[in-house]
Design a protein around this ligand. Structure first.
Ligand SMILES: NC(=O)c1ccc[n+]([C@@H]2O[C@H](COP(=O)([O-])OP(=O)(O)OC[C@H]3O[C@@H](n4cnc5c(N)ncnc54)[C@H](O)[C@@H]3O)[C@@H](O)[C@H]2O)c1
Length: 282
């Protein structure tokens, strides 16, 4: 487990923008060294500018990485350890806001949405977990899902929510598997947060675009009464959850009724199952 952030080493995917940068900054402000891995060079440059402005450039390492590339992922982790020392905190945060009619999705849509939003996290675990285990100092893994994955379905979010719901299950099971290992696991469930996720289409590989009706520009309006939240809040919440070793990190309390509505529908189906089965026995 992580008892203090100071002098730890963290690796954050998608850490050069939005929520990932919020987490990187919150960790750096508490004294961690942060390796920020991102597919966009312009985001990495902006993140470096922020580190310089806020006085943590000596503890900042920017790495260009596509998390769907397994070999490159392993090499980026190696580069982070070579610069800062043993990895303690792994934040699997990078994701793309793919949006479109799931019933008409192409293989390209599925391959892009899942290879980044789900496969990228799998790659982080397979490459990164051995590093966290090796030193015996304890560690923590954060996986960024979405609060949307726990709410009733929304139009156009089929691929995105499929990946994000999978990440919740992954984090829950990983935490169980690692319970005696000194490595904690948290799943971050953000609500609407200011970021560049509406620019996601820019990073879709060209060969996965043909015939697609999907867009990477998930320009969802926040529902009435909800304001887009500063990513620094998600960052600070994540740091507190790492220290407290909490499984779920939720950034928006406003969605309680929506989460309850989905749970209530599932509970009702479970309740009915007994009656239905009894009826079939007769
Ligand atoms: N912003 C929100 O409202 C919101 C809500 C729920 C969940 N999320 C999740 O939060 C995470 C962070 O998103 P954000 O909103 O901060 O968006 P963002 O676009 O500002 O940040 C994501 C970063 O990931 C990088 N990235 C994209 N594909 C990559 C790849 N293949 N390899 C490496 N880096 C890649 C992008 O370049 C970007 O810098 C995502 O997983 C997203 O699904 C965001």
């Amino acid at each position: 487990m992580i008892e203090r952030i100071e002098n730890t080493v963290a690796f954050i995917t998608g850490g050069a923008s939005g929520i990932g940068l919020g987490i990187a900054a919150a960790l750096a402000h508490r004294g961690a060294s942060v390796a920020v891995a991102d597919i966009r060079a312009d985001h990495l440059a902006q993140a470096r500018d922020q580190a310089v402005r806020d006085g943590w450039e000596d503890r900042f390492l920017g790495l260009e990485l596509d998390i769907a590339d397994r070999q490159a992922f392993a090499e980026a982790l190696k580069a982070a350890e070579a610069r800062f020392g043993p990895l303690r905190i792994l934040v699997n945060n990078a994701g793309v806001g793919i949006a479109g009619p799931v019933a008409e999705a192409t293989f390209g849509d599925w391959d892009w949405g899942l290879s980044v939003n789900l496969g990228g996290v799998v790659n982080g675990l397979v490459c990164g977990l051995p590093l966290l285990r090796r030193h015996g100092l304890g560690g923590h893994i954060v996986i960024t899902s979405s609060l949307g994955a726990l709410m009733p379905p929304r139009p156009t979010r089929g691929i995105y929510a499929t990946a994000k719901a999978g990440l919740i299950a992954l984090a829950e099971h990983l935490r169980l598997d690692l319970q005696h290992s000194g490595i904690g696991v948290s799943v971050l469930l953000p609500g609407p947060t200011l970021s560049k996720i509406h620019e996601s289409e820019q990073t879709r590989p060209a060969e996965l675009r043909a015939g697609s009706r999907f867009v990477g520009n998930a320009t969802d309006k926040a529902p009435a009464g909800i304001t887009w939240q500063d990513p620094g809040i998600a960052g600070r919440m994540t740091v507190e959850a790492i220290l407290a070793d909490r499984l779920y990190i939720v950034t928006h309390g406003e969605y309680l009724d929506a989460v309850k509505a989905r749970n209530a529908a599932i509970e009702e189906a479970v309740r009915q199952a007994t009656d239905l089965r009894e009826g079939m026995r007769g």
